[in-house]
Design a protein around this ligand. Sequence first.
Ligand code: SAT
Ligand code: MN
Length: 586
Amino acid sequence: MQLTSNKHVLSWIDECAALTAPDSVVWIDGSEAQLASLRAEAVATGELITLNQEKMPGCYLHRSDPTDVARVEDRTFICSRSKRDAGPTNNWKSPDEMYAMMKSIYAGAMAGRVMYVIPYSMGVVGSPFAKYGIELTDSIYVVLSMAIMTRIGKSVLAQIGDGADFIKGLHAKANLDPERRYIAHFPEDNTIWSVNSGYGGNVLLGKKCFALRMASVLGRDQGWMAEHMLILGVEAPNGETKYVAAAFPSACGKTNLAMLIPPEGYEKAGWKVWCVGDDIAWLRPKNGMLYAVNPEYGFFGVAPGTNVKSNPNAIAATAKNAIFTNVVQNLDDNTVWWEGLDKNPPENALDWRGNPWNGKTAGTPGAHPNSRFTAPAVNCPCISPEFENPDGVPISAIIFGGRRAKTAPLVYQSRDWTHGVFVGSIMGSETTAAAAGAVGVARRDPMAMLPFCGYDMGDYWAHWIDMASKVENPPQIFNVNWFRTDDDGKFIWPGYGENFRVLEWILKRCSGQLDAVDSAIGYLPLPGDVNLDGSGVDSATLETLLNVDKALWRDEVSGIEEFYAKFGDTLPKALSAELAKLSAAL
Ligand code: SAT
Ligand code: MN
């Protein structure tokens, strides 16, 4: 049954149905009854596997096609009318060419299948921050995942009303042909087309496609920002909470930082961390500050390495009503397992592909390195009381970070907003399994947005610089690196909960309680200002962690010059000036 009489919605659905030729069209109303029947159907066809309902109520396992396990950046396109608007870091095709090519792939692709219509909201339905979308898909897995990751159903259609202000998303699994897999964005048409994938960020169109690529364009035009950032609140023993937003590339620990539990001494003293979001932040000027909301409703977290020590809150979040993708199935008790969950891999199990796997004797990992859990945010024990606040939370600090074995110190602070934008623009990180391609290769990933910025990155930096003029008290900007290694390649900072010590330094700097060392790259902590009590890290190691190797940084400057050169005249002058200053200081 149709759930709206909106002509824009109905004529668009008719067009998509005429193209893809599904057997029927089913509207997702958001009711538990409908979702339950879809789960049952997915279990009947094998698309989902029911897990142990006593130990893991409402939990299911899904295995994706083995050729379809991560985002495909080389097949992701920004199809703005002008190539210049996509910029040098995005793949581009003209909208006409892309529509024509993809139409030939979509033609009849849903024959024999159902087309589901998912109305969804990014943000609290009806809030000033919220934006709406409708995703058409032939995948029940997508419907059920969107029901966890976003707010869905009739209430969203009520907000769209008779208007045309919604993002039109069309997804078809087709035959999962990797050679004909495309994720295309048409920012001028509010349209996203995705075909031949069934995995994560390629197909849950509310996430990277809408909330980052499309929303970054909306933010540029409307004076706000869509960023690849977690949001967390640090509550002090006196009950006061300060919020930070942090941008790290995919699979660099955003979920772990967002749900951090402070070290024992801090916890006993009454410190607490609240999670507002683990992946995406929309930021707007308000009351002279930048306010942030998490537009999502759930977590799509990396499974391997997640355990009761590294992230007990994430483990708790997956205890019920979660979907696991590409992890190990333990056949003894029908639960799940992944590398790093515990030291007892199951012996009687199936690996992520569904092949027999014995964790004691197998020489290969059982879970895919980019295996995931999809879990409702409400399950998370440390979910912030402000999670559903329609106005968001005021941000005191923005933190950039990546995986750098040697260059970046544990933490440093930018001198001012523009220098902070520079610090974000020069971010580098070693690649992870979250995207298809080689792992561990260093690449520039400005603001962790390289794969997610929907327009020219030079224009994006100009927009960042410009935001300061809209906000009297912009956040202080910092850079962190949890991934420094010694000569044997071992991490020298313990990370996880111990990262709280760095957050403490950052917030004290924001409130003007601490001095700092003025270095070539920015402000570094004074020795003694990062509290190491009970961390197991000695002051000599901290010195190494904070060391700025000028020779390495000079190499870094040449790398940045080369990267900046790609942008030509869209590179803001203020950033080339910052680079010249850094070079001179080195
Ligand atoms: O696959 S997703 O893009 O949703 C996850 C990630 O890469 O961060
Ligand atoms: Mn992400």
